[in-house]
Write a protein that binds this ligand. Structure first.
Ligand code: GDP
Ligand code: MG
Length: 157
């Protein structure tokens, strides 16, 4: 099953949106197979966003991402990379489609609530950037008793 990296950024965490965002992710059919709260050092934030080194927003982006903790997750789903990007929405929430995470939870083009890997290649790099193999949990097919009164609805975006 395809994997991607998802980050709930410091702005969303500080506004207590973590629960709501994870709830949406799970209801859209993603399985959380790894998760941790981390406060990035400046160096780690610089390395993570290395591709943007020459951009004018690089320095403030690094400041922002290292200002407070993030929650970092590995998500698994069919077509995980593309689908997560779709429900994340455009970088600037003003351009994000209605119903996307950034439309709902982002402040502006920098403080935009969440990160989602932009390709399979980036997903691989970004997952390895944050997680050791032993920190990623591959679930065994095991059936636990179902709550008959509360079937989880999976939507397709
Ligand atoms: P993403 O893949 O949609 O997250 O966007 P990018 O990879 O282009 O940029 C990485 C992050 O840098 C974004 O999520 C924003 O937090 C920040 N960023 C990108 N473009 C801008 C910009 O034009 N201005 C500011 N202030 N921040 C930006
Ligand atoms: Mg990007």
């Amino acid at each position: 099953m395809e994997k991607t990296l998802f980050i709930i950024k410091p702005d969303a965490l500080s506004k207590n949106f973590l629960g709501e965002i994870l709830d949406e992710i799970q209801k859209k059919g993603f399985k959380i197979i790894a998760m941790k709260m981390v406060k990035l050092s400046k160096k780690k934030a610089q390395n993570f966003y290395m591709e943007h080194k020459e951009k004018p927003f690089y320095k403030p982006l690094v400041e922002f991402m290292s200002s407070n903790p993030c929650v970092v997750c590995v998500l698994e789903r069919k077509n995980a990379v593309k689908f997560l990007r779709k429900i994340t929405g455009a970088t600037d929430p003003r351009n994000a489609k209605k119903g996307t995470l950034r439309k709902k939870y982002a402040q502006d083009g920098r403080h935009n609530a969440v990160h989602a890997s932009d390709s399979l290649k980036s997903a691989k790099r970004e997952i390895n950037f944050f997680f050791k193999k032993s920190e990623i949990f591959l679930w065994k097919k095991k059936r636990y008793p179902t709550l008959l009164h509360r079937k989880l609805k999976i939507s397709d975006g």
